[in-house]
Design a protein around this ligand. Sequence first.
Ligand SMILES: Nc1ncnc2c1ncn2[C@@H]1O[C@H](COP(=O)(O)OP(=O)(O)OP(=O)(O)O)[C@@H](O)[C@H]1O
Length: 263
Amino acid sequence: MQANTASAPPQLAVRDVVVRFGGIVALDGIAFDLHKGEILGLIGPNGAGKTTLFNCLSRLYTPASGDILYDGNSVLSRRPHDMPAIGIGRSFQNVALFQRMTVRDNIRVGAHAASRSDFFSDALHLPWVRRQEAAVDATVSELIDYLGLGAVADLPVEGLPFGTRKRVEIARALAIRPGVLLLDEPAGGLNHDEVGELGRLIKSIRDDRGVTILLVEHHMGLVMSISDKVVVLSFGRKIAEGTPAEVQQNPDVIAAYLGGPAE
Ligand SMILES: Nc1ncnc2c1ncn2[C@@H]1O[C@H](COP(=O)(O)OP(=O)(O)OP(=O)(O)O)[C@@H](O)[C@H]1O
């Protein structure tokens, strides 16, 4: 799938977002657009504000000013647990799965987060709830195949290798059928081969499933090899935005990473 950046309105729009923690301005008027089908890499040195912005996008933080729009509508009045139903999925930096539950059941939790059943409808076994359960089963099975998790599907998550648990987490995020997937340092803790596999997986999630991706990541090789666009933060400000090649040559970016002023 090609990213549509020419004329279509952005799928996700970050508009002049400001976040303060006491006297610290963690985000100082950050703005950028993410178009459908794009992979956007959000990078910056330690303390740049990446996690703070990620937490705004997943509604854990509310900006002091500015707005975040999904398909043209502000998400700032929504709560974190509304986000799956809106179409924004996320993974967690340190993997946040239910450790004693099986891989299958963890993915099922994701699918249920986007379903519309409730306790009473479930208890009454209404026909539409049964149809929805069948659809959830089909989604979970398809994702187990897609992520190559068949051999471990009925094992508890605890005890599985870290790289496998990360794939389970991505499967759970995909189970909500997100329009946009937010990935928080997905390469953290992975070895060289696993990072290569992750890059291919993220591209295929965009290409095969049409999911727009925002990736916060320290692993430059991964970001530069898969991103269509890279946004660079430093001390809470956006210092560059462009293709991987453009930002890699940007003197402000080089200076931010080397810790000195731009020449
Ligand atoms: N809960 C908080 N309370 C106070 N200050 C915070 C809080 N969270 C972040 N900060 C500060 O806000 C700034 C941005 O931090 P943030 O964690 O967003 O950066 P980051 O780019 O994600 O860094 P890293 O790459 O190290 O994870 C830093 O100065 C940080 O110390």
